[in-house]
Design a protein around this ligand. Structure first.
Ligand code: ISL
Ligand code: CA
Length: 555
């Protein structure tokens, strides 16, 4: 690993630029006590699995005490472990197990909002002159209704009237997720304190939930009709975001060796670059959703093309520039399974296409974020009715759309893009419920667990799991993949994604079932196959359907 960071010679290269991160959604990872809900002892029981895969960092989705209105993204106590997930001793054992295996842990910082059951909100709603009133955003109604026309992501107005005090409170998401008032220095101090609490326990940083939203628009004016189609771009453009993040860096993060990654939901590429610029004292990385949301219009799934995907990777790489660094991901707990969204989840093709997508994630320029199960090629779930879902985003949005959209259309959309696709339990074995639980799982396990599971794949050299593990090891040994620059060799090709990494490697991905014979540009000399499989004759490379290859080249 080179010591000089290319951006600021003399500075040491931060560890997170070379790390592979794996997201664990604990509710669906492994249930250790038969209550049908994944838990922290379950994560601890699978640390050897993660170490064998080659994971450097685990991002743990919220593990804090929560009434689970939004599966933990509604926090009731930031210093308590959710009872369903275990105890603080279980958390400490899990973290010790990771540390013993040379892994780091980053946890989810959800501080744009809390649960309405948090002690702060319980106090705040008691009276207009309660000391905690200004921890949240309360306003008088207007013309007999909410203070403005903001709409919540989970349906209905983004304001709820609290009868007791006769005012409305703001919630960008569910009514059980009241937005915190970051204008209040006491709120910022509380957040800094809870961050120190977990950092002092040995956590290595945070993924920051919808962090761009913490600075609200002055005066909270109505959204225009155009803005209402994608309100996140207004919510993320508050005037004090960078001040709050710089203060957080100065007060907390600068005193620890951390990785921070902010959800850039609603940020323009420039604002995102601002947030991750190493010359500024804000965050280290961002999640840019342009790719995973390129085929979403409002709530509707549209379509995507490979040239569009490539253009977005080039745009993100250019936007990061010499002082930024990207995350590379194709899924998470809020998006459909990568292989169903961007690959081919037909049983005959699912393994091959999952390997192609994992090759993309692990060879693009930036820090790769794998989502639990994508190392197996887990697919979307065959939801039959809206009752099969357990996500307030699905139910809340349906309340908004009923009468305007047919249930059949809405169900078809939720089947392809619903968040529960990524939240069905991990498929460990072909035992009942995929070996996830000895009880009844909180969300049904995909019936294809008999065919797609870790135990079957652990014994197969040609499995997605083996390919993922081997490629993570290859990546660790490759300066070109970890540090090399990025050049798309053929932005317009509709099926082949071919790009150069650094001075010595070309990656080729066939995004289709038909074999392709592809001629590389004549400024490249192919020296051989470095990883994967392909027939190479001079500069003509033949890729079978849904296969990928990494070639050693000379410029
Ligand atoms: O695009 C979205 C809105 O419809 C969702 O992907 C998601 O709400 C958005 O990306 C923000 O996600 C984060 O904040 C939410 C929580 O439900 C998500 O799980 C979390 O990742 C509110 O905390
Ligand atoms: Ca459990």
């Amino acid at each position: 690993m080179s010591l000089d960071d290319e951006a600021t010679p003399g500075a040491t290269r931060p560890w997170w630029k070379d790390a592979v991160v794996y997201q664990v959604y604990p509710r669906s990872f492994l249930d250790s006590n038969g209550d049908g809900i994944g838990d922290l002892p379950g994560v601890t029981a699978r640390l050897d699995y993660l170490q064998d895969l080659g994971v450097d960092v685990v991002w743990l989705s919220p593990h804090f005490d929560s009434p689970n209105a939004d599966n933990g993204y509604d926090i009731r106590d930031y210093r308590q472990v959710m009872a369903d997930f275990g105890t603080m001793a279980d958390f400490d054992a899990m973290l010790a197990g990771m540390t013993a295996r040379g892994m780091r842990l980053i946890i989810d910082l959800v501080v744009n909002h809390s649960s309405d059951e948090h002690a702060w909100f319980v106090e705040s709603r008691k009276s207009q002159d309660n000391p905690y009133r200004d921890y949240y955003i309360w306003r008088d109604g207007k013309d007999g209704g909410p203070p403005n026309n903001y709409h919540a992501f989970f349906g209905g107005p983004a304001w709820t009237l609290d009868q007791a005090t006769g005012q409305y409170y703001l919630h960008y998401f569910a009514a059980k997720q009241p937005d915190l008032n970051w204008e209040n220095p006491k709120v910022r101090d509380e957040v800094h304190d809870l961050m120190r609490f977990w950092l002092d326990k040995g956590v290595s940083g945070f993924r920051m939930d919808v962090i761009p939203f913490i600075s609200k628009q002055p005066g909270l004016p109505d959204l225009t009709p155009q803005e209402r189609r994608a309100p996140q771009f207004v919510y993320a453009a508050g005037p004090k975001l960078h001040d709050y993040l710089s203060e957080m860096r100065h007060e907390v993060l600068a005193h620890y060796d951390t990785l921070t990654v902010g959800e850039a939901f609603g940020l323009t590429p420039d604002a995102a670059q601002h947030m991750m610029d190493s010359r500024r004292s804000e965050l280290d990385l961002v999640f840019n959703f342009d790719i995973v949301r390129m085929d979403i219009d409002g709530w509707r799934k549209t379509s995507w093309t490979l040239p569009r995907l490539k253009a977005l990777y080039s745009q993100q790489d250019a936007a990061a520039g010499p002082f930024g660094w990207n995350t590379v991901f194709l899924s998470n707990h809020d998006n459909p399974r990568a292989v169903s969204h961007f690959g081919d989840d037909d049983p005959e093709w699912v393994e091959r296409s999952a390997k192609v997508l994992n090759t993309l994630i692990l060879t693009q320029r930036g820090t790769p974020f794998l989502y639990q199960g994508d190392e197996l090629g887990m697919t979307n779930y065959p939801f039959q009715t809206l009752d099969d879902f357990d996500d307030l985003e699905v139910s809340g949005r349906w309340r908004d759309l009923q009468g305007r959209v047919s249930e059949a259309e809405y169900l078809a959309n939720a089947r392809s893009m619903g968040r529960d696709n990524a939240r069905t339990p991990m498929q460990w074995t072909d035992d009942p419920h995929g070996g996830f639980t000895l009880g009844t799982p909180w969300l049904a396990v995909n019936p294809n667990a008999a065919a797609i599971n870790a135990r079957d794949q652990a014994g197969r050299a040609d499995a997605v799991l083996s390919h993922c593990r081997d490629l993570i090891a290859f990546r660790r040994g490759s300066v070109d993949l970890r540090e090399g620059d990025y050049e798309d060799l053929d932005p317009d090709h509709a099926q082949v994604f071919a790009y150069r990494r650094g001075e010595g490697l070309v990656v080729m991905l066939n995004f289709g079932r038909e074999a392709v014979a592809y001629t590389l540009p004549d400024h490249l000399t192919v020296e051989g196959v470095a990883f994967g499989e392909a027939v190479v004759e001079g500069r003509i490379v033949t890729l079978d359907g849904w296969t990928s290859v990494i070639l050693a080249i000379r410029l």
